[in-house]
Design a protein around this ligand. Structure first.
Ligand code: BTN
Length: 246
């Protein structure tokens, strides 16, 4: 089990930046940076993550050693976020590959996992998690109505530390199983909304989006799709965006 230790901050540029710095200085696994707000929160592809007070913003350090497929950190973390939110609030979010936690068709939480490697060996992974908790959708208009919050969905605010500990508890269990060599994709598959769906995919490497059917999650966390009857594998790092069409 992970031994969690917490650095609690009020306002920070980005918990991810702080945790990355601590990881580089040798901080042990479980070192967790939590902030009440961030002025420069970032998501996948360097996108801005709005982080006023009322959200959960945290980043933690992993030292996975020789773990199989370190790329699965995003899949494991996203599963833990969905499960942790469910256990602490009773809401039942789903997952949109690769890193979105969804409720009522809108984004509720996001995950970013950044690996640091030297000599081909992963020395640390910093996982960042943002959950829109105690805010109202009125605050989220700037996101184009594509986001929701725990408070909106529940009709009442939640205790943010409870949500955090629930997520970290779920993560600990999944991580131990992953480290023991178990296949942890099953939990993800039970919660994912993307598989079996017609999806529209936009890759960074291609000009036009294309429509395909999401068919399976590969060992390394890539998504297999079927495109006009032909199989194709999409890597998360190549993805600009993905939308379900049916
Ligand atoms: C995404 O959906 O693109 C991932 C969003 C991750 C946001 C979290 S909030 C805590 C941590 N600090 C950051 O700057 N980013 C992550």
């Amino acid at each position: 089990m992970i031994r969690w230790s917490f650095i609690e901050l009020d306002e920070v540029r980005s918990t991810q930046e702080v945790a990355r710095g601590l990881a580089a200085e040798g901080a042990p696994e479980g070192t967790t940076v939590v902030a009440k707000s961030q002025v420069s929160g970032t998501g996948r592809l360097g996108r801005r993550w709005l982080s006023p007070e009322g959200g959960l913003y945290l980043s933690f350090v992993l030292r996975p050693g020789q773990i199989a497929h370190p790329e699965l950190a995003t899949i494991v973390s996203t599963t833990a976020v969905a499960e942790g939110i469910e256990k602490s609030t009773g809401l039942a979010p789903t997952i949109r590959w690769p890193n979105d936690v969804i409720l009522s068709g809108k984004k509720l939480a996001g995950v970013i996992a950044e690996a640091q490697a030297s000599g081909g060996v992963v020395s640390s992974i910093v996982v960042g998690i943002g959950v829109d908790c105690n805010r109202r959708s009125a605050d989220l208009q700037s996101l184009g109505g594509e986001a929701t919050t725990v408070e909106d969905e529940l009709g009442r605010p939640v205790a943010i530390p409870e949500v955090m500990h629930s997520i970290l508890g779920s993560f600990s269990v999944l991580y131990a199983r992953w480290a023991a060599g178990e296949d942890v994709r099953e939990e993800w598959t039970r919660r994912v909304a993307t598989l079996g769906k017609q999806v529209l995919v936009k890759l960074k490497t291609e000009e036009n989006p294309f429509s395909c059917t999401a068919t399976a999650l590969e060992d390394d966390g890539s998504l297999s799709v079927s495109l006009a009857g032909r199989a194709r594998v999409i890597r998360a790092e190549d993805l600009e965006w993905l939308r379900e069409q049916s």
